[in-house]
Design a protein around this ligand. Structure first.
Ligand code: URA
Length: 209
């Protein structure tokens, strides 16, 4: 079973507290999600494969590590994934992007697909799927199903908050996918929201209800 990493860094925990607060305004919320993406992105990319290249410093040639040629793909689950994507693209500007349009049917809580666009040649790429909330797990499981069908083999998942129920379901469906998160909350409520959570991540990020 792939690992679940909870990033305990003090800055991550501080920013998460600001994000959870119901009085956090839309602009601050979006900014905090982006800052969390930078910090969590550091963790999720920690062991990406490196290769050695020869460069010349102003003083002399040297062998130095560089990310392996295997191009990185950030797969954003629309729409809340876009907040994390903005930060991650600042970390790795050359990364490719996959967009996966899924919405949650409010009655069944099932993920309904309306869009999927991935770069060519997914087989040889490292994919990091992003969605701030791992709640029931339906959306991310569906997204990873689609990515694997498109050929992806090396997949990680990055979120800000996870529910124990969502982690269990994701691990059951995709035991090969490591999870990186800032916190694991208590449980889901009857509406499928993470509690204590932070509410509707997409709504708070984009100022909609
Ligand atoms: N999606 C959200 O935005 N919030 C939750 O608590 C669960 C799913």
């Amino acid at each position: 079973m792939a690992a679940v990493t909870v990033v305990q860094h003090s800055l991550v925990q501080h920013k998460l507290t600001l994000l959870r607060d119901r009085t956090c305004p839309t602009g601050n919320f979006r900014q905090l999600v982006k800052e969390l993406a930078l910090l969590l992105g550091y963790e999720v990319t920690r062991d990406l494969p490196l290769t050695t290249v020869t460069i010349e410093t102003p003083l002399r040639p040297m062998e130095s590590p560089k990310l392996d040629g295997k191009k990185l793909v950030f797969a954003s689950i629309l729409r809340a994934g876009e907040g994390l994507l903005a930060g991650l693209l600042e970390l790795v500007p050359a990364a490719r992007v996959c967009h996966i349009g899924l919405y949650r049917d409010h009655d069944t809580l099932r993920a309904v697909q309306y869009f999927f666009k991935a770069p060519e040649d997914m087989t040889s790429r490292q994919v990091i799927v992003v969605d701030p909330m791992l709640a029931t797990g339906n959306s991310v499981i569906h997204a990873i199903d689609l990515l694997k069908r498109a050929g992806a083999k090396d997949i990680r998942f990055l979120c800000i908050l996870a529910a124990p129920e969502g982690i269990a379901r994701l691990q059951e469906a995709h035991p090969d996918v490591p999870i990186v998160t800032a916190a694991i909350d208590e449980k889901l409520n009857e509406q499928g929201y993470i509690t204590p959570g932070l509410g509707d991540a997409g709504g708070r990020m984009f100022g909609t209800t």
